[in-house]
Design a protein around this ligand. Structure first.
Ligand code: ZN
Length: 392
């Protein structure tokens, strides 16, 4: 509220000075010619602002000024004198900046084409239009969640995924202890998976939301976003290894340690500034694909020890295979930027590769949760006994 008043005052001062040529007018609000002047100045800000928005602001300000009395006119004159003492050029720049901040604050910006984006916002040159302009205001970024632009689909796919996994996680944690053999241990194990999923999805929707804030903010959040993917993969391994190698604590510990080392390495690599650049799109897909595919070794171990039939039935390998196919397809589409590379400009808003990748990540994590839940149920059915001669 306080800031709103501040912004209005800024705008008011700005308009006073833009009226300096006609300061003697009888206070009937802005004349149409000075309004045109405002628009002209706003036009210099490039394609960032909406024309009708500018007029709207002038209109509302003029409505407030209408009951103008003599003392107010004196105040206005004083203000004009004060404003004229400023160096004119610097003042003009300030004025434009104030107007721009006010417009962004009010959410009156419009989408811009790829060509006019600053370098730090240029990521996918197959998305030709519909980009948000740089908006150094968190409030404006968060309000843009409800607007249509290139990131709308990316934000919502993982925002809804985040809500889904938060809900599933809470349900699992609140499940009565009688459904577990070792409730505390098993809830910690499931908790690791949900923590990974919730962190990954929330870092992701937050990154896509504040991506247009500024170079520094976008860089910081992109690192969190990539680290989140590593956390999701690490967290997914925990319950799977726990139940698949239920009666073999030694290989379980070894595989768990290896995936932790690999995951932390991926997080360290993600802190490298150039990791996020378009040039390293394939590197990124490769790092996370490699981390996920490290699961091939324990899968082979399980399949060789238990046989193909047990691996697909008891071991739920069908579900984990489906999960892997989804992740790999997602990473492939992401790296190759399919479908937009074949139809540039046709997938600017909906069905671009990044959105498909997001949906596949959420679906794969859900399939993984389903497979792990079946593993948990199976071990519960055995009453946690490790007497079965061949089962790991
Ligand atoms: Zn993303």
């Amino acid at each position: 509220m306080h800031k709103d008043t501040d912004a209005q005052e800024l705008l008011h001062v700005g308009q006073m000075s833009s009226r300096k040529g006609s300061a003697t007018s009888q206070g009937n609000g802005l004349s149409s010619s000075s309004r045109d002047g405002d628009d002209l100045e706003l036009a210099e800000l490039g394609p960032l602002l909406e024309g009708k928005g500018a007029q709207g602001a002038s209109g509302s300000a003029s409505a407030k000024e209408q009951p103008c009395t003599a003392p107010q006119e004196e105040e206005e004159e004083e203000e004009v004198v004060r404003v004229l003492t400023l160096p004119l050029q610097a003042h003009h720049a300030m004025e434009k900046m104030e107007e721009f901040v006010y417009k962004v604050w009010e959410g009156r910006w419009r989408v811009i084409p790829y060509d006019v984006l600053p370098d730090w916002l240029k990521d996918n040159d197959y998305l030709l239009h519909g980009h948000r302009p740089p908006m150094p205001s968190f409030r404006a970024c968060f309000k843009s969640i409800f607007r249509i632009h290139t990131e709308t689909g990316n934000i919502w796919t993982h925002l809804l995924g985040f809500v889904l996994f938060l809900f599933l996680g809470i349900l699992t944690m609140l499940r009565p202890n009688m459904y577990f053999m070792a409730p505390l241990q098993e809830k910690v194990v499931f908790g690791m998976f949900f923590l990974g999923a919730v962190l990954c999805l929330s870092f992701s929707w937050l990154f896509h939301t504040v991506y247009c804030h500024s170079e520094k903010v976008s860089r910081t959040f992109s690192k969190l976003d990539y680290s989140g993917i590593a956390l999701l993969i690490m967290g997914s391994f925990v319950p799977w290894l726990y139940y698949s190698f239920y009666c073999s604590p030694q290989p379980r510990l070894i595989y768990l340690s290896i995936v932790c080392v690999l995951g932390i390495s991926a997080i360290i690599v993600a802190q490298w500034d150039r990791f996020a650049t378009p040039k390293h799109r394939q590197t990124r897909a490769g790092v996370f694909l490699g981390l996920g595919l490290s699961g091939v070794v324990p899968t082979m171990h399980f399949t060789i020890a238990e046989g193909f039939v047990k691996a697909t039935t008891v071991g739920q390998m069908g579900w984990f295979f489906l999960m892997a196919v989804m992740y790999i397809t997602g990473a492939g589409l992401y790296a190759a930027r399919i479908p937009e590379r074949f139809f540039p400009g046709k997938f600017d808003i909906w069905f671009q590769s990044h959105q498909i990748f997001h949906v596949l990540v959420v679906a794969a994590a859900f399939v993984h949760f389903y497979g792990v839940s079946n593993l948990q149920e199976f071990r519960y059915g055995l009453e946690g006994g490790c007497t079965d001669d061949s089962l790991l």
